[in-house]
Design a binder for this molecule. Sequence first.
Ligand code: 3PG
Ligand code: MG
Length: 417
Amino acid sequence: MAKLSVSNVDVKGKRVFMRVDYNVPMEEKDGQMVVTDVTRIKETLPTLDLLVKAGAKIILTAHLGRPKGKKEPTMSLRPVAAKLAEMLGAPVNFVDDCIGEKVEQAVAAMQPGQVVLLENVRFYAEEEANDPAFSEKMAKVADIYVNDAFGSAHRAHASTEGVARVVAKRGGQCAAGLLMERELKFLGDELEKPARPFVVILGGAKVSDKIKVIDRLLEKADALLIGGAMAYTFRLAQGYKTGKSLVEADKIDIAKSALEKAKAKGVKFLLPVDDVVATPVKTDKLDKKGKPIIDFQNPRVSSDMNCPDDAAGLDIGPATVKAYSDVIANAKTVLWNGPMGLFENKNFAAGTNAVAKAAVDATQKGAKSIIGGGDSVKAINKAGLGDKVTFMSTGGGASLEFLEGIPLPGVVALSDK
Ligand code: 3PG
Ligand code: MG
C-alpha cells in the first residue's frame, strides 16, 4: 500500500514531529564526542529543506546507540545538533529531553521554519518497549507525524511506531519523509520489476543472516554472486575443507537447499573459485570488546577449493573477481549487500573493491546500482565510489528486513495515500 508523502501534506505553521535516524558513528576526540560519518544527517536535508520552506515547526527525534533506558552522556545527540545546524546553515535548538515541560516550552516558543532536536529517545526504556503512555507524552507536541528514519523502520518502538498511532487516532496525518520514500522506491519498487539481467551480489559473514534474502531474491534475480565468509559455509556444504575459515557448520542444510532452489529456478548461483587466505595468529593485544586481536599472516592466493588446514579464507581471489566482474558488466540492475571479504584489512579488500568498481562501471553503461546498506556502503565509500552508484541505502538491519519482504513497522504505521 502506497504511503502518504510529506510533499502532499499542508504543514504550514504546524508542529511536525519527525523521526530521523541520526544513529551515526561517533568518536571521542579531546574529550568531546564527534560525528565521524554524516551520511545519515545529509540524507535528511531534502525533507528538512521542504519543511523549512513550507513553514513547518520541525521537532526532530532520534536515537543514538543502545543506552538501554539510561542517560549515557557519550550517547547524547547534542553533538549531532551542532553538526546538523552546520549542514543546514540554520540554528538547531537542542533540548536535553524528549518528553515533558522542557520540550513543551521549547516547542511553544518556535516560529515557523525553526528546528528543534530532542535528546536520545532511548534514554527512556519506554522507547524500545513501545510504551503507549510514553508515546502519548511524545505526541503532545505533534500535529503531524513524519518518518524519515528508514534505518530504524524495522523497530516497532515508541518514536518509530507508537507516536504515529497516537497521531493517527486523533485524526492527524502520518507521512513518509523524502528519504523514506527514496529508500522504499529503490529497495522496493525498483526491485519488483527490475531491468534484466538482474544481478545480486551478497556477502558478509553468515549464511543465517542472509538466507531469507537469498531465498526471496532467487525468485527475482538472474544471477546471485556469493562472497564473504558465508561462501565457506557453501563450500562446506559441497564437501570441501574450509580450514580455519569462519563457517556455520550447523547451517549446511540451508546452504544446500539454496543451491538446489537456484538450480530448479535456473538462476546462476556463483560461488568463489579461488580465495585469498592467510594464517590467523592470536596476538596478546585486545580489541574494544576485550577479545584477542588476530594477526593474519602470510596472505596468499589459493586456487585450491580446499582451504589449507592452517589458513582462513578472507577474500575472493583474482579468478573469482574476474568471473563476478564479467557477470556484473552485463547487468541492467545490480543489488549489492555485504562485503566480499575482510575489507577493513587492505590485504583482503581487493575483492570488495573490485565488485564496487564493477558496479560503478555497469552504472556508467546505464545499469541501476543499488547498494543495500551497512558494510557495503562503508566499503564503497572507502573506495571513494559512493557518488558513482545509483542509490545507497542508509539502513543496515532495516534494508535487510525490507529485502526479505518483511513489512517494516515504521512504514506500516504511516497513513495510506
Ligand atoms: C541502525 O543503525 O541499524 C539503526 O539506527 C537501528 O539501530 P538499532 O539496531 O540499535 O535498533
Ligand atoms: Mg542495527
